[in-house]
Design a protein around this ligand. Sequence first.
Ligand code: OFO
Length: 165
Amino acid sequence: MVSEKLETKLNELLNGELEAHHIYLQAAAWASAMKFEGAKNFLLVHAAEELTHMLKFFTFLDDLGAPIALKALPKPVIDATTIKALFVRVQEEERKVSQHIFEAIDLARAEHSYETDQFLQWFAAEQHEEEKLCRQILDKIELIGEGPNSQYFVDKELGALAKVD
Ligand code: OFO
C-alpha cells in the first residue's frame, strides 16, 4: 500500500511514459518525412520501449490495488529542421523524465515505501542509459560534422543502433 500522493506521482510517471511514446512516434514520423530511414527505425524501436515502460507502471500500480488514471496527452510537436536538433529535443525530454523519476524516488524514500523505491531504481538505471545514448548520438553527429553526405552517415549510424538492444 502506498499513499495517495505517491499513487498520484506514479500515475504521472505512467502518463509520462505514454507521452514519451508519443514524442518518439512523432519524431519517427518526422524522420520518415525527411527520408531518414535509419533514424526512423531507431526512433520506432524507442517508441515501442516507452510503451513497455508504461506497462511496468501499469502493472506496479495494479499489483498495489491502486487506481490507474490515463490523461489526455499534449500533441507532440517536432519542429526540428536538422537531425541534430531532433536529438537535442529528445535529450531534453529524457532529462525531464529522469528528473520526474528522481522526484518520485525522493517521495518514496520520504514515505519509507521501499518497494516503490526499488521499483523505481530500474527506471533510474534506464534513464541513465538513455541519457548516455543521447549524448553518444550527439557526439557522433558532432564528429561526422557538416561535410558532404554527413546526413547520410548520421542516418546510417542511427540505423545500425536500431538493430542493437
Ligand atoms: Fe521510459 O525511458 Fe526514457 O523516457
